[in-house]
Design a protein around this ligand. Structure first.
Ligand SMILES: Cc1cc2nc3c(=O)[nH]c(=O)nc-3n(C[C@H](O)[C@H](O)[C@H](O)COP(=O)(O)OP(=O)(O)OC[C@H]3O[C@@H](n4cnc5c(N)ncnc54)[C@H](O)[C@@H]3O)c2cc1C
Length: 384
C-alpha cells in the first residue's frame, strides 16, 4: 500500500495550491456575490491544463490520471469552490465525448473545451424529477440529417452562460426507460434555445438554471454515441465525478478547519487561548479525522478508476458522505468563530452554502445509498 501522491502529483498539488491561493481565493466571495464567474477565470484554468485534462493530447488534453484530476478539484475548491465547477463539468462532458464520440466529434468538440474557450453544461435533470434520472422526457425527433429537440432541462449548472450542453433527450419510447435516451452535444446559441437563472442559496457564480428547447434543430453528427445509449454513457461518467465532487467539498471544509484552528489558538478568553477547551478543540479533532477518512475514500475510487477496476459503489459512498460531512464541518467552523462566523465577511458561510448545493447536485444522499445498497444486496435493493 502507498498512501503518498507520486512526485508529479505532489508537484501538481503544490503548484495549484499556490496558484489558487494567489489568484482565486481573494475574489471567491465577491464573484459569488456578483453571481459571476468571469471568462478570464475559465481561460486561466484552461491555460493551466485543468479543463478535461484526462483527454489525450491529440484532442487537446494532458492524458492526466484521475487521482491527479482529484487533486486539482480539491486544491481549486479550497480557494474557490465555484471555480472548481469548471473542472468538474469540463471533465465530465470531456470524458463522455472522449469515450463515446467518434474521431470527428473528439477533434471538433474537445480542444476548445480543454483550452477553456468553451464552457459545456450537462443537461440530465428534468422538471418532473432528477432522482429518477432515466425518466427523460425532452424529445428528440429525427428529421432527415437532423434531430429536432423540444422540452426543458432544469437545475443545470452554468445554464445561464454555458456555450454548449451535452443534453439527454428521448429518441425512443418512454417505456424503453434509460434505453430510449440519446446524448446530443448542442450549441446553446442555436435558434430555439432559451435559458434563465435561479436565485440560489449558494454557488451563485455558476448560474444554475433552466434550458428550454423549442424546435431546436441539431445535426445528426451531434449525437454522441449510439441512438438510445446516452443515459448509460452519462451514468458511467458519474462514477468518477462523484469522487471529484467529494474532493471539492472536502477541500472547502479542510480550508475552513485550518483557518478555524488558527482562529481558536489566537482568540483569547478566560485568561488564555480558546483552544485550551475541549469543547473547542474536540470538534476540530473530529473534523480532521473524518475529513481524512472521507478524502481517502474519494481517492481510492479514483485510484481504482486509474487501474480500470470497479469503483462505482465507493464513488457513490464518497458522494453521499463527503458533501454531508463537509456541510456539518463548515457549520461547526462557523460556530467556532462566534458572532464573527455569522457575518457574510467570513468565508465559512459561503463555503457551507456552496457545499450544500452538492449534497443535492449529481444525486442526493438517498440515491447514493440506494446505489451502495444495490452493490451490496443486488437488485432486491433497487428501491422501486
Ligand atoms: C447545485 C446543483 C447543481 C446541479 N447541477 C446539475 C447539472 O449540471 N446537470 C443536471 O442535469 N442536474 C443538475 N442538478 C440537479 C440534480 O442532479 C438534481 O436536483 C438531483 O438529482 C435531485 O433531483 P430533484 O431535485 O428533482 O429531486 P427529487 O428527485 O424530486 O427528490 C426530492 C427528494 O426526494 C428524495 N428521493 C427521490 N427519490 C427517492 C428514492 N427513490 N428513495 C429515497 N429518496 C428519494 C431525494 O433524495 C430528495 O431528497 C444540480 C442540482 C444542484 C442543487
Amino acid at each position: 500500500m502507498d498512501f503518498a501522491f507520486n512526485p508529479e502529483q505532489e508537484l501538481l498539488r503544490q503548484t495549484l495550491a499556490d496558484f489558487a491561493a494567489r489568484e482565486l481565493a481573494p475574489q471567491y466571495m465577491a464573484r459569488d456575490n456578483d453571481a459571476d464567474l468571469p471568462r478570464e477565470v475559465v481561460r486561466q484554468l484552461g491555460e493551466l491544463g485543468l479543463c478535461a485534462p484526462m483527454v489525450d493530447s491529440r484532442h487537446g488534453g494532458q492524458a492526466l490520471d484521475y487521482v491527479a484530476l482529484g487533486i486539482a478539484h480539491e486544491e481549486i475548491a479550497r480557494a474557490d469552490f465555484n471555480a472548481a465547477y469548471v473542472l468538474l463539468l469540463t471533465a465530465l462532458v470531456g470524458a463522455i465525448v472522449a469515450a463515446h464520440g467518434d474521431d470527428g466529434q473528439r477533434s471538433a468538440f474537445l480542444p476548445p473545451i480543454c483550452r477553456g474557450e468553451v464552457v459545456p453544461a450537462l443537461g440530465v435533470t428534468q422538471p418532473a424529477g432528477g432522482s429518477d434520472a432515466a425518466h427523460v422526457k425532452l424529445a428528440a425527433r429525427r428529421e432527415g440529417d437532423s434531430y429536432i429537440l423540444d422540452g426543458e432541462k432544469t437545475s443545470i449548472s452554468f445554464a445561464s452562460w454555458a456555450d454548449t450542453a451535452l443534453v439527454m433527450a428521448r429518441t425512443g419510447a418512454l417505456d424503453q426507460g434509460a434505453h430510449g435516451v440519446s446524448a446530443f452535444y448542442v450549441d446553446l446559441r442555436s435558434p430555439g434555445v432559451s435559458r434563465n437563472r435561479f436565485k440560489d442559496l449558494g454557488s451563485r457564480a455558476i448560474g444554475r438554471g433552466q434550458l428550454f428547447f423549442d424546435g431546436v434543430r441539431v445535426p445528426a453528427q451531434a449525437r454522441v454515441g449510439g441512438e438510445g445509449a446516452g443515459f448509460v454513457q452519462v451514468m458511467q461518467g458519474f462514477d468518477f465525478s462523484r469522487s471529484l465532487i467529494g474532493l471539492m467539498c472536502i477541500g472547502a471544509a479542510q480550508q475552513s478547519v485550518e483557518e478555524t484552528c488558527k482562529y481558536v489558538v489566537d482568540r483569547q478568553a478566560f485568561g488564555g487561548s480558546l483552544a485550551r477547551f475541549e469543547g473547542v478543540s474536540f470538534p476540530l479533532a473530529e473534523a480532521a479525522v473524518k475529513l481524512r477518512a472521507a478524502r481517502l475514500l474519494c481517492y481510492e475510487a479514483l485510484w481504482l478508476k486509474d487501474r480500470g477496476q470497479p469503483h462505482g459503489w465507493i464513488a457513490a459512498g464518497a458522494k453521499w458522505w463527503a458533501p454531508e460531512l463537509a456541510a456539518q464541518v463548515l457549520h461547526q467552523c462557523l460556530l467556532l468563530h462566534g458572532h464573527l462566523g455569522f457575518s457574510m465577511d467570513l468565508p465559512h458561510q459561503q463555503r457551507m452554502r456552496d457545499v450544500i448545493g452538492l449534497e443535492i447536485g449529481d444525486g442526493t444522499a438517498q440515491i447514493m445509498k440506494l446505489l451502495v445498497a444495490r452493490a451490496l444486496l443486488g437488485n432486491v435493493a433497487r428501491g422501486y
